[in-house]
Design a protein. Structure first.
Lengths: 226, 226
DNA sequence: ATTGAGCTATCAGCCTGTCTGATAGCTAAG
DNA sequence: CTTAGCTATCAGACAGGCTGATAGCTCAAT
């Protein structure tokens, strides 16, 4: 029989409040002081309850601003691996993603239909056009769409799911799109090489192109971390 | 970039402690007071960190008794990918694990200390002896230990965590150890090749040996599924 | 009128001291 | 040998104070 702790009750109350008020993601909740009065609990108890909701990805507590409903629920892949400082593991995550993506490319070369390559080419056209008009948000989207097309062409659901999880986690800890301009700029040629090699069903060339692509990204991440 | 709070660092420290000490589920951790001294943080901060780990199912904090490592840690990797029939995805998981492990081997060749290779050689000796006396349970254990040694030598915690998750999931859906006898028998030579290539810091040879190793395993899994 | 610097109110992060309640082990009385 | 009670140790909860981050305001310089 599990004991019921006050801090858990607090978490339940706040969670119920969000549901009752139908608060949208990003909405602001009452402040710590108000909750202390409302629930008649001490500060630390309240904060423990909040921490629980935070760990569950339901709310975000921001220093100097307030308490907010979470924008998007994270997969918490890293958390379940016992890793809490995502920033310190950016490079490691990149290495993992590199391995997964290389495998996806290999499988895509072997199994993908011709139509899949046409879709990739379309995304690459978007990429080129967006880059020409310096719309870096669109570049980012086209890039993501291109890579997603590769993953899906590989026909391995587990692999696709994992790569996406890694991508989401990376994205969360990489919130300045400015950093990516130069990366996108430098890596476009490699994208074209990659697609061409895949269409030729040339495994070695495809992997080599991907390797060049990763090299550019890795460089900028290393610069960012240091 | 997300702000880093002390309580989150605390959670990371404690979870790192569990990993470092290799604490088994149910094991008791140092008390609140000891952690306060050790980490030099206040009680409320420490308790928030503990609450986070509690929410993640890593520890259990029991009033009047202490802090303990959680008994059951469910990873639910596949479930969170929306995959419910693990057996139907055995081959896909194998492909993913293959990609991850190849990366681990590559990193180990580049970064591992000599002592790590000695540990691997030790596990391989156990492997050989167990095989000689036809103790297939011990063979299985030695094999697992050998591979684990590789992962840990690669120095990438995210990678190690993911591989272990994959291994756990695979193991759950692979319930007849009898099927593995012939696999182990056929793949021993490849293990030796792999280790030798790694010691020579020969990336290509190591990957080739691993490829042969995977080939044998894959064959038997395919036979099993069909 | 616009901009910018500085002040101020509000917020969460973190710390300390204190008390309560739960648990387990010891001890002494029956 | 059993058991009731004492005690040490632990976490749970609380109040209040300090720090640092944030945002909005005021007011002076342009």
């Amino acid at each position: 029989m599990k004991r019921l702790y006050l801090s858990d009750t607090v978490a339940g109350e706040i969670s119920a409040y969000i549901a009752k008020e139908q608060l949208a993601p990003g909405a602001r909740l009452p402040s710590l002081g108000e909750w202390m009065e409302r629930l008649e609990v001490g500060r630390s108890t309240l904060r423990e309850g909040l921490k629980k909701l935070q760990a569950e990805g339901i709310i975000e507590v921001v220093n100097g601003k307030g308490i907010f409903v979470s924008e998007q629920r994270t997969f918490q892949l890293l958390a379940s691996l016992g890793i809490h400082d995502a920033r310190a593991h950016l490079l490691e995550m990149l290495e993992v993603r590199q391995a997964l993506e290389a495998q996806a490319i290999l499988l895509a070369v072997r199994h993908a239909e011709e139509t899949a390559f046409e879709a990739m080419a379309g995304h690459l056209d978007d990429y080129r056009r967006a880059r020409a008009r310096e719309d870096f948000l669109a570049v980012s989207e086209a890039d993501a769409a291109f890579h997603l097309a590769i993953y899906q062409a590989c026909g391995n659901r587990v692999l696709v799911g994992l790569i996406q999880m890694m991508h989401d986690e990376l994205y969360l800890s990489w919130d300045s799109p400015d950093d990516r301009h130069e990366v996108f700029d430098a890596s476009f040629a490699h994208h074209e090489d990659l697609l061409e090699a895949m269409r030729r069903r040339d495994e070695q060339a495809a992997l080599a192109a991907f390797d060049s692509l990763v090299g550019a990204t890795r460089k900028s991440v290393e610069a960012m971390v240091s």
